[in-house]
Design a protein around this ligand. Sequence first.
Ligand code: IPM
Ligand code: MG
Length: 358
Amino acid sequence: MSKNILVLPGDGIGPEIIAEAVKVLDAIQQTSSLNLRLEYGVLGGSAYDAEGSPYPESTQSQAKGADAVLLGSVGGPQWDNLDRPLRPERGLLGIRKDMGLFANLRPAILYEELADASTLKPEVVAGLDILIVRELTGGIYFGQPRGIETLANGEKRGYNTMEYTESEIIRIGKVAFETAQKRGKKLCSVDKYNVLEVTEMWRNIMDELSKDYPDVELSHMLVDNAAMQLVLDPKQFDVIVTTNMFGDILSDQASMLTGSIGMLPSASMNESKQGLYEPSHGSAPDIAGKGIANPLATILSAAMMLRYSLDAADQAARIEAAVKAVLSAGLRTADIMQEGMSRVSTSEMGDAVVKAMK
Ligand code: IPM
Ligand code: MG
């Protein structure tokens, strides 16, 4: 059976890193029974330039027919002054909401070979392997009412709403518990229940759900403490589940524990396992077009796509092993360069991964 993959290179370094992930998918296509059909589309600033919208209708209908979406990155300074609905970020939020991608999995793994890339002491981060499960289509990002208004006295007032329904919390909770079952069987739910009612409800629902997962050890942590614990003793965590905005913040923090955000993939899925896969890093406009960006996070995102949306865990493992092999062989892009290693370009790194897969 063939699988349809929508490829959205996006902005900045997006097209360069996507080209390397596509090389890897081509290699899988040639050496396995998988039949992958790649179709290209636009998202973000480049979509605005081409079609006047960061998430145009053409992309919306392509997304509906796809089994999975592979995204490079969106955004860049040239689009920062557009009206809010036209900015690249709106394209990303739009496709997440439109596809119902409520479950965002963001791993933070420290590769042995890159142990000294972290700014934390090696003993604090060695062997780090955390997975953040971030709710992605609700909470304060999408809550109504929202806006900026002018009061009678002429003063402006800005407001957003943090809201969750029970069912939204239950479905992300289930993903988190099930993910924890397949890993270290520890789940930490992060909230601010001492101040925010909506997250008091979140905590109660997680407690209720935990009865169905007796093999998973559930704990709770306030978000401010979680930020502190992530730096103090990150290895205490296995899986973290949290709201959209807390997850946005904590996942950036967790990724930097590894010192190499250029290595970290992410997955965003809906109930029918349709998913969008993208590197955790941004579009890095400052280095776009120079051929020095690290394609490994995007290549590893393609691996997550094979595992979670395309039922091809064996091929995902093949890619992940190849990435480890090129790191062990000493190949490094500029962002992860270390003394004594061989510096390679974006495309040399992609070629090396393809070669290591053979
Ligand atoms: C992320 C990004 C996005 C978010 C932005 C670009 C809208 O920071 O994927 O974490 O806040 O979700
Ligand atoms: Mg973010």
